[in-house]
Design a protein around this ligand. Structure first.
Ligand code: ZN
Length: 1055
């Protein structure tokens, strides 16, 4: 590379930042001394030309998002020019006195190590999913009418003493985007469903309905008049209409991060509280493609008592049906008592549609889906149509249906039976309401008026069902105390889902990875904006004078961002299983909100760092702080404000683009900060190596990174957006062209970039004390747009003797041990990886931390594999009706961390925890420092560093969010915020020498008042996760105390 032709260079500065601090940096250049000034001008023109060309290319592909995300998030093209490029001047000494020196050994209280180190003892009545997987043969015999099950028989007199209680629960599954966009579905279907609901439920008080997606409900609410709203309120009060779960969407459970799962739940519940005063009791998740215990935990913490799940591996369903364990208390693997228990119902059959919900025989059940009456638009594929119920056929019809109900009931322990009645976008037309409700009412009337049938059948909501179930088992209505009839306790998760044969839904763990990355970018920016916004509001209150800060406008931007992020958590959004144009709709929403939350960040940061608040003014067209990553015209010293969005002090690299190598970086008090200047590359040059070894203590481990291809099977059913059906084991990626390799060395970081035809692979090592220097950064830019039916994976091979065991996280919240099973096909051994995957032996652990959700496996001992992108030419017959051919150039970012074990972990334990260092590395990867340049138009405002906390939070305490709460009366913010904290579980069995962490652990206690600098704690009240329930606490409200793994919310007022 010739620098003179490409004068875009950037300085990477290391400096210290204190908790939430905003720091100032001065960027000095002396332009007059630059002998190449003229060439800079040319270089600038060249850069502009390149950028325009680049934009044109992007527009041509209808993916301008890439360009923006590329500029703002991933600095791929930069690399380092070594010593010669280093600017002159006094740059040799770092100036780090702003941070206290980190202790050589991380001070962890021994009590804080006990949680992870306890020995595992299984509950006597427990079902552990890892054991179930060991036990099952995963054969797939033909089960007769219930294909994936078995014949069910019963005695006619079984219900003589205690009648069968049947609850038929009408539901309509409304995807907020899939084959149509959210808005198109609303216009064409959803609004009609809800409008008809108001009319049709009022016609007969025995009719019931449940609704779960608040994204749709709130949109409809905004469009109806007050009279209709009152009618809805009456339906809810009378119990005819129930809101189940009440989240913004019915979220995917594999790719979603718990930050976003919580955020969409809070958004839905806050809306309900404001508009309907409803507190949901029961979760309803019929369509997510596999289920996570994280969601069970979050629902429990939000105050829900019951939940329902549906898409579980058919072999697991069959096993549970035979054991009558389809209803259980779902307990977290890590839970040492029963405090995380929630009552869960698993639906036994193939689907949530009517043919698969009345009983085991879909041919019969389909006849009781009265939307399929002859003459309608849909019919029964089993070729026996429904008949309208008349006096002539009611006896036979009722008995036929009752036979199915009785058979289904044999799979459960009680006489209370659930029969959902609905499907995707059902009840759109008035006639459909009449067909279903009138015919079923005739059947119920017949059954209930014939005592010899020993059945009581009715419409019900999902909570009606659970209430009756609890009553019949002697449980109390909401608690988790096991009644007279004990239900089993279950721990573990329900991945990886298969609905039939070898059709494992592990493809969607990776499908459309570009958007999975975009999701994380919005998450970290939204969180950063929420925290800064809440602090600004409190600060303004303290300041007490009217000002120009756009509190209401920013609140609207935040609300929209919460809702766009919430929408994307839907099980056809983040999963990558929507139509191409629906994907674009989601992507546009995400991107739009990234830009908007950046506006919130800069306007809030501007207020906080301003020395004289009187001088604050808001000019959205030309803000004082600007989050642009390319600063081309550096003619005078520039001020840079850097925001650390994490809750611990940190030392991190900050990347800034500059137009000259003559750069000096000063901190807020004028001391020089160590910096490294390196070139931005537009083409590639040469060198070599794709092997590396990490060294920790005295032991060396060989770790090799390579890439592999998967094809798709030659069978009829092929890989698609949902399914992964590989042809065979992966083949090593070996392009015909030799790779171009670039090696860069510098005082702060060094890297190797290897460019293949389909991947640009960068390994970077930081020479920085602290977390940043402990792991290797990996960035793969993948482009498989020219491929046909190919999937590309990164394979990391190590000499660790991990055998068949490895570990993946669930939703970034907890770690689930995995076992690679030879009895399962290759695709079944892939699991979702939301934040990390690791493997270990008695001496070491190798973790791959990720900045985006992807599918991961460990197919051989010592080996980790991550699918990075998939290009598939066909549909996989799950309704989407298209392949995955809208691939984008996608950057996948990771960190690879090798840690020495000082104590072995119990092999069979169903839980495992990352180390503190691993947690912290994950935070660095996913919450980078945010830099903002002060605009150049006028004289620089007088700024001052801002730090709301006097010290770091404890190492294991994570500030999930500080989320402003909407005012009850106006559209803007109230004076309160939701403080959401998570105490992480961690494993002390790793060396914590020289990790240079600037925090400690405190047995889960945080004294907030003592930590705050300028703000005061006006009030703090413990509440449920989504603020629906207020807890009375005798404990000192000033001192927050969390158990390991606990997530708690507090209603907070600062001033
Ligand atoms: Zn769905």
């Amino acid at each position: 590379m010739k620098l003179s032709r490409q004068f875009t260079v950037f300085g990477s500065a290391i400096f210290c930042v204190v908790v939430f601090s905003l720091y100032l940096m001065l960027d000095h250049i002396d332009h007059s001394k630059n002998p190449n000034g003229e060439r800079i001008q040319k270089g600038q023109l060249g850069i502009l030309q390149d950028k325009i060309d680049h934009l044109e290319r992007l527009l041509a592909e209808n993916n301008e998002i890439i360009g923006n995300i590329r500029d703002s998030v991933i600095n791929l093209r930069e690399t380092v020019k070594d010593g010669k490029m280093f600017p002159e001047g006094n740059m040799s000494q770092g100036d780090l006195e702003l941070l206290p020196p980190a202790p050589a050994l991380l001070p962890i209280h021994s009590e804080d190590c006990q949680f992870a180190a306890r020995t595992y003892s299984k509950a006597a009545d427990g079902v552990q999913m890892l054991d179930v997987y060991d036990l099952l043969s995963f054969d797939n015999p033909d089960g007769g009418v219930w294909k994936q099950g078995f014949d069910i028989s019963y005695q006619d007199n079984e219900w003589d003493n205690e009648p069968l209680q049947v609850f038929v629960v009408p539901h309509s599954h409304n995807d907020p985007g899939w084959l149509k966009t959210f808005d198109d579905y609303y216009r064409d279907q959803t609004q009609h469903i809800l409008n008809n609901m108001v009319v049709k439920l009022h016609e007969d008080s025995r009719r019931k309905m449940i609704w779960s997606e608040i994204s749709y409900f709130s949109k409809w609410w905004d469009n109806i008049d007050e009279q209709k709203r009152d009618a809805v309120r009456r339906l809810i009060e009378s119990g005819q209409l129930e809101v189940a779960t009440g989240g913004w969407v019915m979220p995917d459970e594999a790719n979603t991060h718990y930050f976003a799962l919580i955020d969409q739940l809070v958004e839905g519940h806050q809306w309900l509280e404001r508009n309907l005063g409803v507190k949901p009791k029961t979760g309803w998740a019929v369509d997510p493609f596999g289920h996570t215990p994280t969601q069970a935990y979050l629902l429990r913490q939000a105050g829900l008592s019951n939940m329902l799940i549906q898409r579980v591996h058919y072999s697991v369903k069959k096993h549970f049906a035979s054991q009558k364990t389809l209803e259980f208390f779902w307990r977290q693997n890590w839970d040492q008592d029963s405090s995380s228990d929630i009552l869960c119902h698993m639906m036994p059959f193939y689907s949530y549609d009517v043919p698969h919900t009345c009983g085991p025989d879909p041919k019969i059940c389909c006849q009781f889906d009265f939307k399929r009456l002859p003459g309608g638009r849909i019919s029964c594929p089993w070729r026996i149509p429904p008949q309208a119920i008349t006096d002539n056929n009611v006896q036979e019809r009722a008995q036929t249906l009752l036979d199915q109900y009785r058979k289904k009931s044999k799979l459960f322990r009680t006489n209370v039976l659930l029969a959902p009645l609905g499907d995707d976008f059902r009840y759109t037309e008035a006639v459909e309401w009449d067909q279903q409700f009138e015919n079923y009412q005739k059947l119920f009337d017949y059954m209930n008026s014939h005592p010899e049938l020993h059945v009581q059948a009715q419409f019900g909501t999902i909570s009606d069902y659970f209430e009756a179930l609890r009553k019949s088992t002697g449980m109390d209505p909401v608690g988790m105390n096991v009644g007279q009839l004990a239900l089993p306790v279950l721990s573990g998760d329900f991945f990886t889902y298969a609905d039939r044969d070898d059709h494992y839904w592990s493809g969607y763990f990776t499908s459309r990875p570009f958007y999975k990355r975009l999701d994380r970018v919005l998450e970290s920016h939204l969180r950063a904006a929420e925290v800064l916004y809440s602090l600004t509001l409190a600060n303004i209150q303290k300041y007490g004078q009217p000002n120009d800060y756009p509190a209401v406008d920013n609140y609207k931007l935040l609300t929209e961002a919460r809702r766009n992020l919430g929408l994307f958590q839907h099980h056809d959004a983040i999963t990558g299983t929507g139509k191409d144009w629906v994907v674009v709709d989601y992507g546009t929403r995400l991107f739009h909100s990234i830009l908007n939350v950046k506006r919130v960040i800069v306007s809030s940061a501007h207020w906080l760092v301003l020395k004289d608040k009187q001088t604050y003014y808001h000019d959205p067209s030309n803000p004082v702080l600007q989050m642009v990553s390319v600063h081309i015209f550096f003619t005078v010293p520039r001020l840079l404000v850097v925001y650390n969005p994490t809750e611990q002090a940190r030392m991190s690299m900050v990347t800034v683009y500059v137009t000259t190598p003559k750069v000096r970086v000063l901190n807020a008090v004028g001391h020089v900060v160590r910096a490294q200047v390196s070139a931005v590359w537009n083409d590639v040059s040469h060198a070599a190596a794709d092997k590396m070894s990490l060294k920790e203590d005295d032991s060396e481990h060989l770790i090799k990174v390579e890439f592999v291809w998967y094809g798709t099977t030659s069978n009829k059913d092929k890989s698609g957006a949902y399914l992964f059906l590989p042809d065979k084991e992966a083949t090593i990626y070996s392009p015909s062209q030799p790779p171009v390799v670039r090696v860069t060395k510098g005082p702060l970081f060094s890297e190797v970039t290897t460019t293949f035809t389909h991947i640009t692979h960068t390994l970077r090592l930081y020479n920085i004390q602290g977390v940043e220097g402990q792991s290797v950064e990996i960035c793969n830019t993948v482009d498989i747009r020219g491929e046909t039916n190919h999937e590309i994976a990164m394979r990391i091979t190590s000499d660790l003797n991990s055998k068949d065991r490895f570990f993946t996280d669930l939703n970034g919240y907890q770690v689930q041990p995995r076992k690679t099973l030879a009895k399962l096909p290759l695709q079944a051994n892939f699991y979702p990886m939301t934040s990390m995957v690791y493997l270990q032996d008695s001496s070491a652990r190798l973790s791959l931390l990720t900045a985006q959700s992807l599918g991961a496996a460990s197919l051989k001992s010592g080996q980790l594999e991550v699918i990075m992108d998939r290009r598939l030419n066909q549909d996989d017959n799950r309704g989407l009706g298209q392949g995955v051919l809208d691939n984008k150039i996608t950057a996948n970012s990771f960190r690879l961390l090798l840690e020495k074990r000082s104590s072995a972990e119990e092999e069979s334990a169903p839980y495992s925890y990352p180390s503190i260092l691993s947690h912290m590395s994950y935070m660095y990867l996913n919450h980078p420092l945010i830099s903002m340049a002060v605009s150049q138009r006028s004289e620089s405002p007088s700024l001052t560093p801002y730090s709301p906390l006097s010290a770091s939070f404890p190492c294991d305490m994570h500030l999930v969010n500080l989320r402003a709460i909407q005012s009850k009366v106006r559209g803007g913010p109230s004076e309160q915020a939701a403080l959401i904290l998570h105490r992480k579980g961690f494993d002390c069995g790793f060396s914590n020498r020289n990790t240079a962490l600037l925090c400690t652990t405190t047995r889960g206690k945080v004294h907030l008042e003592k930590l705050l600098t300028d703000l005061k704690l006006k009030s703090i009240t413990p509440v449920s996760l989504s603020l629906m329930h207020t807890y009375n606490s005798d404990a000192d409200p000033q001192e927050i105390s969390l158990k390991p793994m606990e997530i708690r919310t507090y209603r907070l007022q600062l001033s």
